[in-house]
Design a protein around this ligand. Structure first.
Ligand code: SF4
Length: 306
C-alpha cells in the first residue's frame, strides 16, 4: 500500500480488526520496522536516517493510542507524563517543561488539580485528553491516532472528536486517523483509505467514498453502520460478508477480498486487481469497479462477519 498524508489534512484509515491498520501507524511512528517498503517524512526515508536524525524526526510525529488506561504510566503524575517527551527530547528547562505541560493540559480541558493526580484518579475521557496533551507537547506536524475514541463511551467520543478538530485548526496538524468505525472517521476525515488484509481496497475523498463507493468491501462497511431509523424506513439492502478475514500470512490468490466478496468471479482468483484511479483522486482495486451496481444506503443494515 502506498499513500500520502498532506500537511493539515486528515487521512482516515478504516477496516476490520486484523486488516493491518495499527501496523501501518506503528510503522509510520517507527515503532516497528517494515520488512519491505519505505516511510518518507518531509522527503526523507526515515529508516535510512541515523539514530540521532531519527530521534530528532520523532518529535514531529506523535501518537495517541487506543487505550488511555495503558497509555499512561501509573507511577507518574499527569504532570510528569506530559513533561516526559520534552525531557526525553531535552526541550527547555524543567520549569519551562512544567509550564508548557500545564498550558497544554488547560488547552485540552483539564486543570492544575488534574496535573497533580495519578492516572487512576482520572476518568477514561480525561486520560485520553492527557494523552492528546502529551502528544502535542513537542509541537508535532503529524499525529497518528490509533482508534483514539473506541475505548470511550459515545458521549465522550463526540467531545474528543471535536477536540481533535479544534486542535487541527489551531496547530495545523495532519492526522492519520485509524478506526474501524466509519461514522467516527466521516466526522473528521478529508480522505478515507479502506484497508483489507494489509492492502488498500479503495482511497478517495470522504464524499466520494461515502456517496459513490466503488469497491464491494467499502459498500459492505457503509451498509454495516447502525441506523437510527424505525424499521419501516429502512431498506432491505444487505450485504452479508461471510466468514473471517483470512490470514495475512497466506492471503487468497488474486483479489484478497475474493473469499468474502458476493461479486467474485473466476478472474478474481487468477489476477490481482490493478490499483487504478476511477475518478480524480479516487483509487480502487477491483476488476469490476464501475460495472458492479453498488450504492451507499444509509438506511440499510449489513452484517459483516468478523
Ligand atoms: Fe470482488 Fe472480484 Fe472486485 Fe475482488 S476483484 S472486490 S473479488 S469483484
Amino acid at each position: 500500500m502506498s499513500f500520502d498524508v498532506f500537511p493539515g489534512e486528515t487521512l482516515g484509515v478504516i477496516g476490520e480488526s486484523g486488516s493491518g491498520k495499527s501496523t501501518v501507524s506503528r510503522a509510520v511512528a517507527q515503532l516497528v520496522e517494515p520488512t519491505a517498503g519505505k516511510v518518507w517524512f518531509r522527503g526523507q526515508s526515515v529508516f535510512d536516517l541515523s539514530m540521532t536524525q531519527r530521534r530528532e524526526m520523532r518529535r514531529h510525529i506523535q501518537m495517541v493510542f487506543q487505550d488511555p488506561h495503558s497509555a499512561l504510566d501509573p507511577r507518574m503524575t499527569i504532570w510528569q507524563s506530559v513533561c516526559e517527551p520534552q525531557r526525553v527530547q531535552r526541550v527547555g528547562c524543567t520549569a519551562d517543561q512544567r509550564e508548557h505541560a500545564l498550558q497544554l493540559l488547560e488547552r485540552v480541558g483539564l486543570t492544575e488539580s488534574h496535573a497533580k493526580r495519578y492516572p487512576h484518579e482520572l476518568s477514561g475521557g480525561q486520560k485520553q485528553r492527557v494523552s492528546i496533551a502529551r502528544a502535542l507537547s513537542l509541537q508535532p506536524d503529524l499525529m497518528l491516532c490509533d482508534e483514539p475514541v473506541s475505548a470511550l463511551d459515545v458521549a465522550l467520543q463526540a467531545d474528543i472528536m471535536n477536540l481533535f478538530a479544534e486542535l487541527q485548526a489551531e496547530f495545523g496538524l495532519a492526522y492519520l486517523f485509524i478506526t474501524h468505525d466509519l461514522s467516527v472517521v466521516a466526522h473528521i476525515a478529508d480522505r478515507i483509505g479502506v484497508m483489507y488484509l494489509g492492502q488498500f481496497m479503495e482511497l478517495g475523498s470522504i464524499d466520494e467514498i461515502i456517496d459513490h463507493p466503488a469497491h464491494p468491501y467499502t459498500d459492505a462497511l457503509i451498509k454495516a453502520q447502525p441506523v437510527a431509523l424505525p424499521s419501516y424506513l429502512r431498506t432491505n439492502e444487505r450485504v452479508h460478508l461471510q466468514g473471517d478475514i483470512p490470514s495475512p500470512i497466506d492471503p487468497p490468490s488474486g483479489c484478497r477480498f475474493r473469499t468474502r466478496c458476493p461479486y467474485a468471479e473466476d478472474r478474481c482468483s487468477a489476477e490481482v486487481p490493478e490499483w487504478r484511479e476511477v475518478s480524480p483522486g479516487h483509487w480502487v482495486a477491483c476488476h469490476f469497479a464501475g460495472q458492479i451496481q453498488l450504492g451507499a444506503s444509509n438506511s440499510g443494515r449489513t452484517s459483516v462477519g468478523s
